[in-house]
Design a protein around this ligand. Structure first.
Ligand code: SAM
Length: 290
């Protein structure tokens, strides 16, 4: 007897489950290429994998994984997969206390001795830009009435191409700006139609976003920052890599500069050129000298 076919179109293709050895290979490669451990559920990883397989036309998981050889294309494909698997959660003014600490640092630059001629800061692992833009708004606010001519610039870096692209647009919807207080909205956002808001041209002209992997931070051309911000990123790295990255970030600070990590992210880090700052709820260090 012939079994009846489903009446509505072709039968649904069953999604191939991700085997343990395949999952292991992906986890190992994520550690090698991005230095990170992904703690998403197996189902989540499987679903990202199938989405990517559909985009590149891979017939099976084995077929997709076979593409990962030593070629340049394989490296690009890993980055695409990392992009899908990394957590990019962020928001404006995510940690108010850390921004207050940064504002205090900028204020004190003017109080101590001759005023600086320029100011620079870096948001490492900036996701879709809200962290760098928040810092830029706070700096702008601090400079008002002091030295409006002072040159400042901020850079944001992230391993995710998609996040960097969004950050560069500086375009956010109502939901994304919900955590931004009204005075900051009034001063630093421009209505862009259809419930969209763009970060002001003044801020965008002084903020730049680049794709960069923190695992290769030692070869990145960034240095001499007054403030380095790295929050909610280190948690994805192995302990020895976390400490190595913080050392690298500290090295890229000017004397007297400020390093801000996520609250509880200091991983018992010690560095002879850095002094822990006492600021409630904030994990911050200042660099000696300067
Ligand atoms: C949870 S978000 C944090 C965003 C922002 N710092 C904040 O606190 O709101 C973590 C970000 O780290 C980025 N990231 C993960 N691994 C990275 C790596 N190896 N190099 C650079 N960025 C990385 C992710 O793409 C993601 O955008």
């Amino acid at each position: 007897m012939n079994r009846a076919l489903p009446v509505s179109g072709a039968p649904q293709a069953r999604r191939q489950p991700l085997r343990g050895d395949q999952l292991g290979m992906i986890m190992r490669a994520l550690r090698t290429h991005a230095g990170i451990k992904v703690d998403s559920s197996r189902g989540m990883i499987e679903s990202c994998l199938h989405q990517r397989m559909a985009q590149v036309g891979a017939a099976s998981i084995d077929d997709y994984l076979a593409r990962f050889d030593d070629s340049i294309n394989a490296r690009a494909e890993w980055l695409a997969l990392v992009d899908m698997l990394t957590v990019k959660e962020t928001r404006f003014f995510r940690q108010r206390a850390a921004l207050d600490c940064a504002a205090d640092y900028v204020g004190k630059l003017f109080a101590r001795g001759p005023a600086p001629s320029e100011l620079s800061f870096w948001s490492a692992g900036c996701s879709t830009g809200q962290e760098l833009y928040s810092l830029a708004m706070v700096v702008e606010q601090q400079l008002r009435g002091r030295q409006p001519w002072l040159e400042w610039h901020g850079i944001g870096t992230d391993i995710s191409f998609e996040a960097i692209h969004t950050a560069q647009q500086g375009l956010y919807d109502e939901r994304a700006i919900a955590s931004l207080a009204q005075p900051y909205r009034d001063d630093h956002l421009e209505a862009a139609g259809a419930g969209q808001w763009r970060v002001s041209a003044t801020i965008r002209a002084r903020t730049h976003f680049f794709h960069s992997n923190l695992l290769h931070v030692n070869s990145a051309p960034f240095c001499d920052f007054n403030i380095v911000y790295c929050q909610n990123v280190l948690i994805y790295f192995e302990r020895d890599k976390q400490r190595w990255i913080i050392d690298q970030l500290a090295e890229r600070l000017r004397g007297g500069g400020l390093l801000i990590l996520g609250a509880g992210e200091d991983v018992r880090w010690l560095n002879s050129s850095m002094r822990r700052l006492q600021w409630p709820g904030v994990c911050a260090y200042t660099k000696t000298g300067g």
